[in-house]
Design a protein around this ligand. Structure first.
Ligand code: GTP
Ligand code: SPV
Ligand code: MN
Length: 593
């Protein structure tokens, strides 16, 4: 057995206990050094877990293909294991903790025989931040260990931060035989523990991310009076040097990474958008009574398809080196390709499954949920406050889904309660980021449906209560980049052009631009938006911003079904907001507005 690089007896004895169960051939404690990274990479290459790309064109970059039956988060196999079912609430799968431990112990027994057990200590958040959390993930996947090295502050730094404390998240992970019938992602919020088995992919396996930084953290946040949210954080600097920060919650594969790395179009020369985070934000009340945001991650696990030098140049530069590509397509000479890359598909490729692929094939060459894992430092637009232990103060919170109808391009809520109502009813068409049907509208409150680690009604109450904790709160907005016209095409050009909407949001937050009051909230008047140089028809912009009363009447019916599902803990204030809006819609229809 390896020498144990810690005097923390809580940690050492827990690792020992897990090793006794898993029965690995050897135990490797990750120290996070670059020597270790190259050693693990070599091991991964030798065992074909990683395939090197052409190192001249793609220095430090590797390709990984996952098991074809293991390509996304599995929400139906994700469990919140609280003492009672009510604590997990109606939106989570629940398993009795005793039963869950027993079931997974059975699968773990001997699961690492003949293999290496990696012990991965990590910090979520800047190592010197009082808000950061330490976790230790035990895994049998070298791919997971390498990804954790990019996505978190990993190794020695975490052991130092932990010291002799017993307060760390205990994460156990085994790919085992990667069998979907024996795949479980179990969270034990009361024990600060996560047990995951049967998947080696993304949010199922990199336990610091969705499991700790959202599900477990949201539970802790409620008890401690803060928020753990599925949000990007961006910095906007105006030409005259004013710096503002906003955080935005969009469901998986709905535009967070793109918005966080956006490059403003021509008429916004002199504006600088920088990235603080692209997926997760921990929000706390701080200095000046403002809400402050910290990004707990150190890397990006981003959607590859659709990424190119036009839509997201900063992402393209972020993945030029030291990046792991999962489930993209590649060429025989070590290049990579995906749908929506700048260049057309080459005549021949090796598709994400490793099979020969010919241009014109009806099959996708890259998996729709193919991903890059890239270190945050690679991002040319990284904010220097991305590492700030106290985070950044927010002027606005933005919520947005993928809706081809109904939701206007942008609107500002009347107040915190109304904004919480709008966010709590956020609807979005499902994407390939989770297994299951794609393109079905589902309610995804605050883009957190799959990530709330406790009862959803109680979570919404916590959001409402946060108002009285924040003396100087951010303003709350809704956006929708994905509305479609009769021709099935997006009405709004999106990506960098979203700057036009962001500018209005910033000006509204600082109280210096007009708006028009509508039944839904404040909408920009056309003259409030800078649309200079935008090559689209005014009618399309009007259609993107339209509030269609007929659509809203059915929307509100569907919202009621959602609220009914939430049951006893559903806050009355949100029901009242919905009822009030329905009355406004009915009155407006009556007068034929
Ligand atoms: P996760 O990593 O799953 O949380 O996704 P994300 O929310 O970070 O989404 P991301 O920015 O990776 O975008 C997902 C997909 O939406 C990509 O295919 C993008 O090209 C596309 N997309 C992003 N922003 C826009 C936009 O403004 N308009 C349109 N039409 N598509 C967009
Ligand atoms: C998401 O689905 O929101 C992701 C990808 O960011 S995963 O890490 O797999 O959850
Ligand atoms: Mn995400």
């Amino acid at each position: 057995m390896a020498t144990v690089p810690t005097t923390n007896t809580h940690l050492a004895s827990w690792v020992d206990e897990v090793a006794k169960l898993m029965k690995p051939e050897r135990v490797h404690w990750c120290d996070g050094s670059s020597a270790e990274k190259s050693r693990l990479t070599d091991e991964a290459v030798a065992s074909k877990v990683l395939i090197p790309l052409d190192q001249k064109r793609w220095p430090g970059c590797y390709f990984h293909h996952s098991n074809p039956g293991d390509v996304a988060r599995v929400e139906h196999l994700t469990f919140i294991c609280t003492p009672t079912k009510e604590q997990a609430g109606p939106t989570n799968n629940w398993m009795d903790p005793k039963e869950a431990y027993q079931k997974l112990r059975g699968i773990y027994d001997g699961a690492m025989k003949g293999r290496t057990m990696y012990v991965v200590p990590y910090v979520m958040g800047p190592p010197d931040s009082p808000f950061s959390k330490v976790g230790v993930e035990i895994t049998d996947s070298v791919y997971v260990a390498l990804n954790m090295g990019v996505m978190t502050r990993m190794g020695k730094v975490a052991l130092e931060r932990l010291g002799g404390s017993n307060e760390f998240n205990r994460g156990v992970h085994s790919v085992a035989d990667c069998n979907p019938d024996r795949r479980f992602i179990c969270h034990f919020p009361q024990d600060n523990t996560i047990w995951s088995v049967g998947s080696g992919y993304g949010g199922n396996a990199l336990l610091g991310k969705k499991c700790l930084a959202l599900r477990i953290a949201s539970y802790l946040a409620r008890n401690e009076g803060w928020l753990a949210e599925h949000m990007l954080i961006l910095e906007a600097e105006s030409p005259d040097g004013e710096v503002s920060y906003v955080a935005a919650a969009f469901p998986s594969a709905c535009g967070k990474t793109n918005f966080a790395m956006m490059i403003p179009p021509k008429p916004f020369d002199g504006w600088r958008i920088r990235t603080v985070g692209d997926d997760i934000a921990w929000l706390r009340v701080g200095e000046g009574g403002q809400l402050w945001a910290v990004n707990p991650e150190a890397g990006y696990f981003g959607v590859v398809p659709g990424t190119n030098f036009k839509t997201n140049p900063n992402a393209m530069k972020s993945i030029e080196k030291d990046t792991i590509f999962t489930n993209v397509a590649r060429t025989k000479d070590g290049d990579v390709w995906w749908e929506g890359k700048d260049n057309e598909a080459p005549a021949e490729l090796i598709d994400w499954k490793g099979q020969a692929w010919k241009k014109g094939s009806s099959e996708k060459a890259a998996h729709p949920n193919s991903r890059f894992t890239a270190p945050m430092d690679n991002n040319p637009a990284l904010s220097r406050f991305a590492f700030d232990p106290k985070g950044v103060p927010l002027s606005a919170l933005i919520f947005g889904g993928r809706r081809s109808t109904t939701m206007p391009l942008v609107l500002q809520s009347f107040n915190w309660t109304h904004g919480t109502y709008l966010a709590s009813t956020l609807g979005s068409e499902t994407t390939a980021a989770a297994t299951g049907a794609v393109g079905v509208v589902r309610r995804d409150p605050m883009a957190m449906l799959p990530f709330i680690g406790y009862d959803a009604g109680t979570y919404l109450t916590h959001w409402l209560e946060m108002q009285s904790r924040i003396p100087n709160p951010p303003k709350l907005f809704m956006v929708n980049w994905f509305r479609k016209g009769g021709d099935g095409k997006f009405l709004w050009p999106g990506y960098g052009e979203n700057m036009r909407v962001l500018k209005w949001i910033l000006d509204r937050s600082h109280g210096r631009v007009g708006a028009q009051e509508s039944i839904l909230g404040y909408l920009p008047r056309l003259e409030d938006l800078n649309l200079a140089g935008l090559d689209i028809r005014m009618d399309d912009i009007r259609a993107a911003m339209k509030v269609d009363l007929g659509e809203w009447e059915s929307e509100l019916e569907s919202q009621q079904e959602w609220f009914d599902k939430l049951g006893k803990t559903m806050p009355r204030a949100l029901q009242l907001q919905r009822d009030l809006l329905l009355d406004r819609v009915k009155l407006a229809r009556k007068v034929g507005a």
